[in-house]
Design a protein. Structure first.
Length: 245
């Protein structure tokens, strides 16, 4: 297993400086694969998302702690959704772990419980509004009468009322979230795909520059970087596009 010290000593990519607004998801099957990705990216990336797949392996929190020890920022994208007491207790544990961002579903009781649970820790709570794979037709099939935009707007208002630090939404709703949340509100946008990459399973995608100009504080960009023949070069290319915002 690759230790945190090894992550900290990952090879440098020339004089490139990581853009802290870029979050790369570690959507792989094992912690060892995730560590290999981090080592391959070196200093071109400073912020990583640890999602449900790694959580399910049992090594997700170990990896998160190793990343923090190596000086990286960590986004726990675990989308907590349970009764208030359970969410509050989980958020308390994760807040004590020193991670940076945690997602919960944008249900008022869930959001308020997570905010209480993180207490005085530095953990930021993000409310997931509408998954970026969903369209208006998908919402109708689920049973929601709202359009994606209307549902995002309602959930942003609820997230602010619950004391959340920000939301997760698609780039297409980033401007709306920014307008409602204000300057310091976090707006994290998955579904970011450069023009030179495939859209994959993202129904509401946008380029890195478009997402930031619309109001995103952070973008999540995975496969265009991690699946590239040269991940460092791809990360630098994405960061270069972001520099225009």
């Amino acid at each position: 297993m690759v230790a945190a010290a090894t992550l900290a000593q990952a090879p440098k990519a020339g004089h490139a400086k990581a853009d802290p607004r870029l979050i790369v998801p570690l959507d792989v099957s094992t912690a060892d694969e995730a560590r290999a990705t981090v080592s391959a990216l070196g200093e071109t990336v400073s912020f990583y998302k640890v999602g449900l797949e790694l959580f399910a392996t049992g090594d997700g929190m170990t990896l998160a702690r190793d990343l923090k020890a190596a000086g990286k920022q960590v986004f726990l994208d675990w989308k907590l959704h349970d009764i208030g007491t359970t969410v509050q207790r989980a958020a308390a544990v994760l807040g004590a772990a020193g991670c940076d961002l945690l997602t919960v579903h944008a249900e008022p009781q869930v959001m308020a419980s997570a905010v209480r649970g993180r207490g005085a820790s530095s953990l930021k709570i993000l409310a997931v509004t509408v998954l970026t794979s969903l369209s208006d037709d998908d919402l109708a099939e689920i049973g929601y009468p709202d359009t994606v935009r209307a549902l995002v707007e309602r959930r942003v208002h609820q997230a602010i009322a619950a004391g959340c630090d920000g939301v997760v939404c698609s780039p297409r709703e980033a401007a709306l979230a920014r307008a409602l949340g204000g300057r310091d509100f976090l707006v994290v946008t998955p579904g970011v795909r450069p023009d030179w990459s495939a859209k994959n399973d993202q129904a509401r995608a946008a380029t890195p520059l478009d997402a930031l100009q619309a109001g995103a504080s952070h973008i999540v960009c995975g496969r265009p970087i991690t699946a590239a023949n040269d991940p460092q070069a791809a990360a630098r290319r994405v960061a270069a596009e972001m520099s225009g915002a």
